[in-house]
Design a protein around this ligand. Structure first.
Ligand code: GTP
Ligand code: MG
Length: 197
């Protein structure tokens, strides 16, 4: 089973806030200063009984001369490689920035299943702010408040729809062992049949 979700976006849009909400932790540092998250951050979450891994990434600054920003960019590329689904976060209150367009392009190039969440939509009367973000060309676009949790249900329903469910009561390790066993098992039976003939 893979089920790996990477949260990506430019700095300060609320990636770590969402990561903490999904993983039920305070592991990722949330701060109003940009560029706080530098390394990839791994956590575990589940929604409606479907388990998945979450990767929090640093805010992407494309084409920057700053060595730290270049390092963060590398980390994000690695997270995109590792994940099978990408969650692109933008800041609904600030509108589309050129950096958002760069990140959108990076995600498109990856060819991976992706979702766009317009964050900081804390109240229903802010939903009109969503409008301009459809121009980024993501079919699956959701309003979100990572701070108060609004919108996370619909977003997660869509994200886990393609994730594989681990059978109830069977730990992931068991599922892996079982999968390994079955092919080995068939090989042994085949060899024994051949030996007996
Ligand atoms: N109003 C509002 N503020 C939010 C929301 N989500 C995050 N914030 C605030 O936005 C700021 C940045 O949040 P982070 O979660 O650190 O953002 P990030 O994308 O991880 O930032 P970097 O790690 O620097 O890339 C913090 O001050 C958060 O409290 C939200 O849904 N609504
Ligand atoms: Mg962060």
């Amino acid at each position: 089973m893979r089920n790996i979700l990477a949260i990506v976006g430019r700095p300060n849009v609320g990636k770590s806030t969402l990561f903490n909400r999904l993983t039920g932790s305070r592991e990722a540092i949330v701060d109003p200063t940009s560029g706080v998250t530098r390394d990839r951050h791994y956590g575990h979450s589940d929604w409606n009984g479907i388990e998945f891994s979450v990767i929090d990434t640093g805010g992407v600054m494309i084409g920057s001369d700053d060595v730290f920003e270049q390092a963060i960019h590398k980390q994000v590329e690695l997270a995109i490689e590792e994940a099978d689904t990408l969650l692109f976060i933008v800041d609904g209150r600030e509108g589309i920035s050129p950096l958002d367009e760069d990140v959108a392009e990076m995600i498109r190039r990856s060819g991976k299943r992706s979702f766009l969440a317009v964050n900081k939509i804390d109240t229903p009367n802010m939903e009109h702010l969503m409008g301009e973000f459809y121009a980024l060309g993501f079919g699956m676009t959701f309003p979100l408040s990572a701070s108060n949790g609004a919108g996370t249900g619909d977003l997660l329903d869509a994200i886990v729809a393609d994730f594989k469910q681990v059978a109830e009561g069977s730990p992931r390790r068991l599922a892996k062992i079982h999968r390994g066993w079955s092919s080995e098992c068939w090989k042994i039976i085949l060899y024994q049949c051949l030996a007996w003939q």
